[in-house]
Design a protein around this ligand. Sequence first.
Ligand SMILES: [Mg+2]
Length: 263
Amino acid sequence: MKLKGLLIDLDGSIYRGDTPLHYSKEFIEFLRERNVKFIFLTNNSTKLPEEYMEKLGKMGISSNIDEILTSGIATAIYLKKIKNQGTAYVIGEKALKKVISDIGWKLCEDEDIVDSVVVGLDREFTFEKLRKANYYIRNGAKFIATNPDKTFPTENGIDPGAGSLVVAVSAASQKRPFVIGKPSPYMGKIAIEKLGLNLEEVGVIGDRIDTDIYFGKRLKVKTFLLLTGVTLKKDLEKSKIKPDFVFENLEYLVKFLKEHLEK
Ligand SMILES: [Mg+2]
């Protein structure tokens, strides 16, 4: 099998919460040994890549800054591509605002018009923020969503995700957003561009059939489902989306790659 690069999901694939999953360290070491490039992809815009490096480091997994792509970073890359220095109204947390101002875009609150409205997870979301986003979009700002996840699991159960705020803004403004994060292929295109590879040399690894595997299908790359997270065997049987390969855990995936990777 021709495989030179992997887009790897984090939660449910490499770790679960703060606990590394079985064989995650060995898996990454194996990829390095075999010169398979990779990028960790996360839809979470509330953390910086540095924070993921630190988290992975604590689990014995070394990574560099270019190997981590958050939906926040991908959003900043997108903004930079559409305009070198623009203005944005951002519903989001510190990390998202930082990555957008780091690329030279100005964050605005009180101007009459802005180029873009970016909506990510904001745990201090208010009516006033919804009102401003709606106002700017109705005045012609481009509407961008970091990711479409309506919920995400926490220690306390299911919390509302960025996607729930996106739906609110969408309902008010009557506009659909341009979505950056998985399963939108946009984040994948950015990642593959960073890897400098062609589609047929790339694979996606993840634990969710409806996001990770669907994302891989939309990108037209190989898909590897891990049964260590959200999607269970019974979900897989019911799903119309079929991954190319399914593994109980990362150890089986490494075993498979050892046998099938082109030398
Ligand atoms: Mg996951």
